[in-house]
Design a protein around this ligand. Structure first.
Ligand SMILES: NC(=O)c1ccc[n+]([C@@H]2O[C@H](COP(=O)([O-])OP(=O)(O)OC[C@H]3O[C@@H](n4cnc5c(N)ncnc54)[C@H](OP(=O)(O)O)[C@@H]3O)[C@@H](O)[C@H]2O)c1
Length: 269
């Protein structure tokens, strides 16, 4: 299977690296194109893949075409490649917020499209990606996309109607955790902790808490209660969080992200 990437940016790099490392593809099977010569050169020298300057040449050469440019550049890209898709490659869009109907209406014929919403931990092989398929894509096409995206983390299958929620939960999710990390680091600094020690304590605590939650049959609420003894330090902190209604504010914030995802998706279609 030949796999092409239009747009050789951060996400394409994560995916190409993951595909090669895990032996899902060989360098000979991978093509990329980018407007920037330095990105083409970087991909050719780092991964040994074929890096071309013409999107249409990549589109014509592959069985699966990953559309990896920024959402605002997608319509122009589709216009450019539409005549090069006569062999009906599987299209895999990783562009945030762009609905399946945008691809199906912009391109000629019954195009097989998969829409994916990855998140930034994909850059270190720890991504969480949700995928859904367009009306002309088959269940096998969805499996193919899951296999490819599985190279950079976990994959779940959802209905397209859930994609705005996915964006608000896992797409934007890393930023919420970074926000908590920032606050914890500032608190550590106010306690007089050296920055490098504070960094280890905070980041490893977040990593450890996620690992514990993933390995436990109990939900996060039960795990939280288990470390909260009456009259203790954790209870003192959580009492302030409850008083300030942090739990409800997080929910409101995430619902707002979902509303914004819906608006952006409408603006793009
Ligand atoms: N980064 C993430 O964590 C993340 C997470 C979820 C979804 N995504 C989605 O993944 C897609 C790619 O994101 P990214 O972070 O990898 O972007 P990026 O680093 O900006 O990569 C896109 C690359 O494509 C090039 N390009 C732009 N227009 C092109 C065209 N017409 N033909 C060929 N190459 C073109 C860009 O060049 P210029 O810089 O000159 O424009 C850039 O080198 C986006 O749609 C984004 O929504 C990314």
């Amino acid at each position: 299977m030949k796999i092409g990437f239009l747009g050789a940016g951060n996400m394409a790099e994560a995916l190409v690296s993951g595909l090669l490392k895990q032996g899902i593809a060989t360098a000979d099977d991978v093509y990329v194109s980018d407007v920037l010569p330095e990105r083409r050169q970087y991909f050719a020298s780092t991964f040994g893949v074929q890096a071309l300057g013409d999107n249409a040449d990549v589109a014509k050469a592959v069985d699966v075409l990953v559309l990896a440019v920024k959402p605002q550049g997608m319509k122009a890209l589709l216009k450019e490649i539409t005549v090069s898709l006569a062999h009906r490659p599987l299209l895999l869009s990783i562009a945030a917020g762009l609905p399946l109907r945008l691809f199906e209406s912009a391109l000629e014929g019954e195009v097989r499209v998969i829409r994916a919403m990855p998140n930034t931990p994909a850059l270190v092989g720890q991504g969480m990606t949700a995928i859904c398929r367009g009306q002309y894509a088959s269940a096998t096409d969805l499996d193919t996309a899951a296999d490819l995206l599985g190279a950079v983390g976990q994959v779940v299958r959802v209905e397209e109607a859930d994609m705005d929620a996915v964006t608000a939960i896992s797409g934007s999710g890393p930023a919420y955790i970074f926000y908590v990390m920032e606050a914890m680091l500032e608190a550590a600094s106010r306690m007089g902790m050296a920055p490098d020690v504070a960094r280890s304590l905070v980041l490893r605590t977040v990593e450890g808490a996620a690992a514990l939650a993933l390995s436990s049959a109990d939900d996060p609420g039960a795990l939280r209660q288990r470390v909260t003894s009456k009259g203790g330090t954790t209870a003192a902190a959580l009492a302030v969080m409850d008083e300030e209604e942090i739990h409800d504010h997080i929910i409101t914030a995430m619902l707002s992200a979902q509303t914004r995802a819906k608006e952006l998706s409408m603006e793009c279609s």
